[in-house]
Design a protein. Structure first.
Length: 642
């Protein structure tokens, strides 16, 4: 029989190992926690048959080393009042377990976070992130005297990294070192003030959430290297200053600096979610920053147009476009486009090379807003905000020597250079022409012959644009080995924008209606158009899907940005494989059927996974068309033929 050892009430309630300390008349666990140690009473071993007396049993603490076997002791009634005492102690322990623990001095959540400036939800959890540099733990960064961002020389900035202002912590960072009662006193007094003014005041005090300095440093560097160097939304010095001011508490008296900082951190989390160091909370963190920005945008939209405000709207648009709410981004992009026109960014100065740094940055922001607004507007056949005749500023050059850089090969065996920003701008000019000359009200009154001429002109310009792409003849595998994954993501988004335009123009042509009332991405139109144009655009569709298969897909940013293009491309290649046996124009020799079918299946499953995260019946029905076409192809038959 095993020896049954007794345990005190507290150790038994918490299921702890109870080790009795004779010299202290208490167990080790109770002494460590400075708690009273109460041992259960035992019946008297002397008289086993007689009714026990209280004198023989009233033992409050008995050494564990006594070696008594519980199974050798009789079951006897406890003394009077014993059950009441134990019940009271049990209730005390239960109350102790249910009551929340006191706030620690280094609690990670700011006491204002429950009523912070950007909403009522808690800040995102900051786990041990996976970054290119080693990130300190929360406790290490809490007591760090200085915190400086590490900006590489490739960013092209001349910032002073050892700025003492950045070494000062914001109210949030400093509050983690205060005792809990002092931190609690930082809670703002809510008065009858307007909610908007409360946001302005508290953002100026630096009371909003920020990640630990080392984490913020890594996120900023990832944003500058992986996004901003290809799509120059911010000048590195400007966004560095905004982030530094938020950490030091020197931000402006409006939430604008905080919105710019939050969009930067959110986009960095979006990029992380697609990388090798992705974590489950990266998407949730990006959505948290997005929601905080959306909460203050109504107040910001009432301010005078400015370059930072346009940048904030575009940053929020990027976060929206890369989420399951991607369709809502068009409204913010259109607003940013109108503000850029108000500021005159669509008009070139006499000598652009002598323009101020802020104005040149405004031109970059204008072209970002232009190609985003044009692509989104063409998809819905919405008229462009600026007409081509109203734009006199030259597009960005592929050979520009400004601080933003071109994509270049990281492999000595592959020699090429690719300027994603310049290619986006040049493609947007063709998309804007297609919108004005084919889908506008003016174009509907043209004759069919003239419309056909314009259609061929747009298609030829798209072919010329394709030929100017240095990677037009490069296969996907060699491209992957000579490019960083973040650069591959930018290229896939560019390819998706090109193919979406190509498909939309061809589909509208075969369906016989260049009009706003025709949506070529609806389920019925997808079925009809894919089978009729699949032989003309199959190569481009296959290329897009092959490139998309190189990076992670699913509920991630790139899937949401390229959703419509992937659906159209998948319908095209599936319709091609269904019809190719009976058509002499089919390309048979260049196909690896088995590998392609696996690729189509993976892309389809990724689309279904992404659509499951939203309640959009339109997207669901479009993906169902892909599933239906895929079901018409017998996998075993194609695999056996390969």
């Amino acid at each position: 029989m095993p020896v049954s050892r007794r345990a005190c009430d507290r150790c038994r309630a918490h299921k702890l190992k109870c080790q009795w300390l004779e010299e202290f008349a208490s167990c080790a666990q109770c002494r460590k926690g400075n708690k009273p140690c109460a041992m259960p009473a035992l019946p008297s071993p002397v008289n086993r048959t007689s009714k026990p007396s209280s004198e023989g049993i009233a033992v409050t603490s008995l050494p564990m080393s006594s070696g008594l076997r519980r199974n050798a002791l009789p079951i006897a009634a406890p003394p009077s009042g014993h059950f009441e005492d134990r019940l009271k102690r049990l209730e005390d322990f239960m109350h102790e377990l249910k009551s929340p623990p006191p706030a620690a001095a280094d609690s990670y959540r700011h006491p204002q976070s429950q009523n912070d400036d950007f909403g009522s939800s808690a800040p995102p959890p900051t786990a041990q992130k996976r970054t290119y540099d080693q990130i300190s733990t929360i406790d290490e960064t809490a007591y760090r005297d200085t915190s400086m961002f590490r900006i590489g020389a490739d960013d092209g900035s001349s910032m002073i990294l050892n700025d003492p202002i950045f070494g000062q912590r914001s109210s949030y960072i400093y509050s983690r070192q205060l005792p809990s009662r002092e931190a609690a006193s930082l809670k703002r007094d809510r008065g009858p003030s307007h909610p908007g003014s409360m946001r302005l005041k508290n953002c100026a005090k630096g009371a909003c959430y920020l990640p630990p300095p080392d984490e913020g440093s890594a996120l900023l560097n990832e944003y500058l290297a992986d996004f901003n160097s290809k799509i120059p939304l911010f000048h590195p010095e400007a966004i560095y200053t905004d982030v530094r001011n938020c950490y030091s508490g020197a931000a402006d008296k409006t939430p604008l600096s905080w919105v710019l900082t939050y969009t930067t951190l959110g986009i960095a989390h979006r990029l992380r979610a697609m990388g090798l160091f992705a974590a489950l909370d990266d998407t949730a963190n990006a959505d948290w920053y997005l929601n905080r920005c959306l909460a203050v945008l109504p107040d910001l939209l009432l301010e005078q147009p400015s370059l930072p405000l346009v940048q904030a709207l575009l940053g929020v648009s990027v976060l929206l476009q890369s989420s399951h709410r991607s369709r809502r981004a068009a409204l913010f992009v259109s607003t940013a486009m109108h503000m850029a026109q108000v500021l005159g960014y669509n008009e070139a100065e006499a000598d652009l090379d002598k323009a101020s740094s802020e104005h040149r940055q405004g031109l970059y922001v204008f072209w970002i807003a232009f190609f985003m607004d044009t692509a989104m507007g063409l998809r819905t056949t919405r008229p462009n905000a600026p007409k081509l005749a109203d734009i006199s500023v030259p597009p960005p050059r592929a050979s520009s020597s400004d601080w933003w850089t071109s994509n270049s090969s990281v492999d000595d065996t592959a020699e090429w250079k690719l300027n994603v920003f310049a290619l986006h701008a040049s493609l947007a000019l063709i998309q804007a022409e297609a919108s004005e000359e084919l889908f506008s009200v003016k174009a509907r009154h043209r004759s069919a012959d003239l419309t056909a001429i314009v259609f061929k002109s747009i298609i030829s310009k798209l072919e010329i644009w394709r030929q100017t792409n240095p990677l037009a003849e490069t296969d996907a595998t060699s491209m992957l080995h000579s490019m960083y994954q973040s650069d591959a993501v930018h290229l896939i988004i560019l390819e998706a924008s090109y193919f979406e335009t190509l498909y939309q123009i061809h589909a509208a042509s075969v369906l016989g209606a260049f009009t706003r009332r025709l949506d070529v991405f609806l389920p019925n139109e997808l079925r009809s158009a894919a089978g009729r144009i699949c032989f003309g655009i199959y190569v481009d569709a296959q290329r897009l899907l092959t490139l998309a298969g190189l990076v992670p897909q699913g509920n991630v940013s790139i899937t949401w940005i390229t959703m419509h293009a992937l659906i159209a491309a998948l319908c095209t290649v599936l319709a091609y494989n269904i019809r190719r046996n009976g058509d002499s124009n089919a390309i048979v020799d260049t196909l690896d059927i088995a590998a392609n079918m696996r690729l189509y299946k993976n892309i389809l499953e990724s689309l279904e996974l992404a659509v499951s995260e939203t309640n959009d019946p339109g997207l669901t029905s479009q993906v169902n068309v892909c599933r239906h076409l895929y079901g018409q192809i017998k996998d075993d038959e194609w695999l056996s033929q390969s």
